[in-house]
Design a protein around this ligand. Structure first.
Ligand SMILES: *Cc1c(COP(=O)(O)O)cnc(C)c1O
Length: 364
């Protein structure tokens, strides 16, 4: 059977392996498996979310509130915005998909960092757009500007902090950069880990309302999947000018967020204390990874997120090491697919991290 030609050179996105799969493949008990592969919050979500969602469960017959009033009210309050500046997606992934379809086609170029979130490329290929990447591993905005001038891209993706490397762009530099970009190029600022960066270093903190006030051609992306501990609920959002949001809305399927997810995300925003505590614990535990890397004499990239990227030596192979860890029930991310001899490890709870150090020290 023939399929859409655009799909021919797409490599299916490989998500972090679920615990169920490791149980099946390696016969390990679920309690002995640690998943540090997808940057979820290891402490879960606020207990308030759990009880709010439980109350919804008996009422699942009706379609969700498609205006998403409660969640939009909570988000506009948090960010001091208006509803017209907001679109909610089934994960911020879905917003990226809308952006791509709204702005790009076969004649477009999409500019992104050499190493960055894999879904930008996949969605770009859906519309047949050409991908342009920087050479440098960290976002180098001078290089971005040169490539912007040379290729006139439809969309520029800036991922800060960046996944899978964990580094972040200085807010001042980001603002200066966007200032120089013409209005017909859409700048996407993906802040999936912004809660962590803002906590660690004020100079990396990006306020979406400031972006929207200053620029017509920027969209900020946020998600509930990481710091808010709701990866299973699939809720993300885009914040932008009214014009851009209106276009994205044309692509949105009705009822794209379930009733349970809308409730979970709304209530999660009522308990910022929970999230802040998780973030504090995250950076406390991250110190142990820095010490571990030091002891093992491997490089660790300074991280503004809830994961660390361990760059291995020439004598070590990231695929072999992540497979060996997997056989012991430790799921981490091999970055060989990104052209790096490195593994990405989500910072887990104290016990989970200790287990990682124990297993990894036998292999490194
Ligand atoms: C996790 C992640 C997302 C998307 O997460 P959703 O679960 O789809 O909201 C987007 N960008 C980056 C950089 C991420 O790491």
């Amino acid at each position: 059977m023939k399929f859409n030609k655009k799909l021919q050179n797409i490599k299916t996105y490989e998500a972090g392996k679920p615990i169920e799969l490791v149980v099946r493949e390696f016969g390990i008990e679920p309690k002995d498996i640690v998943k540090l592969a997808s940057n979820e919050n290891p402490y879960g979500c606020s207990p308030k979310v759990q009880s709010a969602v439980a109350k919804i469960i008996p009422n699942m017959a009706l379609y969700p509130d498609d205006s998403m009033l409660k969640l939009k009210n909570a988000l506009t309050k948090k960010y001091a915005l208006e509803h017209k500046n907001l679109i909610i997606g089934s994960g911020s992934d879905q917003v990226i998909e809308f952006i791509m379809h709204a702005k790009a086609d076969e004649n477009s170029k999409i500019l992104m960092n050499s190493v960055t979130f894999a879904m930008y490329e996949i969605y770009a290929k859906h519309v047949g757009a050409e991908i342009v990447r920087t050479a440098s591993q960290e976002h180098d905005l001078d290089e971005f500007y040169g490539l912007y001038k040379a290729t006139n891209p439809a969309i520029i993706f800036l991922c800060t902090p960046n996944n899978p490397t964990g580094d972040a762009i200085d807010t001042d530099k980001l603002m200066e950069f966007i200032e120089k970009i013409d209005n017909d190029t859409l700048v996407v600022v993906d802040g999936a880990y912004m809660e962590y960066a803002a906590y660690k270093d004020e100079s990396k903190k990006i306020m979406p309302q400031e972006l929207v006030e200053k620029f017509e051609n920027v969209i900020y992306l946020g998600t509930f999947s990481k710091a808010y501990g709701l990866g299973g609920m699939r809720v993300g959002y885009g914040i932008s000018s009214e014009n851009i949001i209106k276009e994205l809305y044309k692509l949105r399927p009705p009822f794209n967020i379930t009733t349970l997810s809308l409730e979970a995300a709304s209530v999660a925003l009522e308990d910022e204390e929970f999230v802040n505590n998780c973030i504090a614990l995250n950076f406390q535990e991250m110190k142990r990874y820095e010490e571990f890397a030091n002891e093992q004499k491997i490089d660790i990239i300074e991280s503004y997120t809830n994961f660390v990227t361990l760059c291995l030596n020439n004598t070590q192979n990231s695929t072999e090491i992540s497979n060996a860890l997997l056989r012991k029930g430790m799921i981490v991310r091999d970055l060989s697919g990104y052209g790096m001899n490195a593994i990405r490890v989500t910072v887990g709870t104290k016990e989970q991290n200790s287990r990682f150090f124990e297993l990894a020290s036998l292999l490194l």
